[in-house]
Design a protein around this ligand. Structure first.
Ligand code: GLN
Length: 196
């Protein structure tokens, strides 16, 4: 049963270089929205939003370069396109990243620290701290070799925290989560992106 949150015909792109592309499509479908694979500049035309999935930011960054997508995605954001970056996707949105830095899109005024939870606890599920942004209360967050978000600039709003650390931030129409919302049975973050 889909819960429509966007006008009929709305399409959202998922960068398809690497990562859980199909899981994001499934979430979008639950919300009555068609997912489109993005592998070139022409795929961005007419999209309401773009999802940059998790995976390895080194690989995705190289792919963005190879496909010539750095500038077109920046232009998409400047034109008001919504972007949700999850895990490696969040790293790629950051203004800078540390711990084996990779070239990023520099669309979000934060520093991403790669693999910041270390190898001991490289995957875990945690519930967001109380006091989350209104409609995200109690969200379950799946972390896989997750980054941490540091030094958010003045235009960055922290929407969710786990153990006091930011795990979901927003700057205008850019959303970045250090966890994988497509792996939990909860489409609220995808719905939030569509509504921005
Ligand atoms: N550790 C990965 C990186 O630094 C991100 C992991 C993920 O996206 N699940 O790119």
């Amino acid at each position: 049963m889909s819960q429509a949150v966007a006008a009929e015909g709305t399409r959202v792109g998922v960068l398809a270089i690497q990562g859980a592309v199909d899981k994001h499509f499934a979430m979008l479908e639950r919300l009555g929205v068609r997912g489109v694979r993005v592998l070139g500049k022409e795929d961005l035309a007419g999209l309401r939003g773009l999802i940059i999935p998790g995976g390895e930011s080194t690989t995705i960054s190289k792919g963005l370069d190879r496909l010539g997508l750095f500038e077109p995605i920046r232009a998409f954001a400047r034109a008001g396109g919504r972007i949700l970056g999850t895990c490696a996707g969040a790293i790629l949105l950051a203004r800078e990243c540390e711990n084996h830095p990779v070239p990023t899109l520099e669309l979000l005024d934060v520093r991403a620290v790669r693999n910041a939870y270390g190898t001991q606890v490289d995957s875990f599920v945690a519930q967001a701290d109380p006091g989350a942004a209104a409609n995200l209360e109690g969200m379950g967050c799946v972390f896989i070799r997750a980054p941490q978000i540091a030094d958010p600039g003045p235009e960055v709003e922290v929407l969710l925290r786990v153990d006091g650390l930011p795990v979901l931030v927003r700057q205008g129409r850019i959303l970045a989560s250090t966890f994988h919302p497509e792996l939990a049975d909860d489409p609220r973050l995808h719905a939030l992106m569509l509504g921005l």
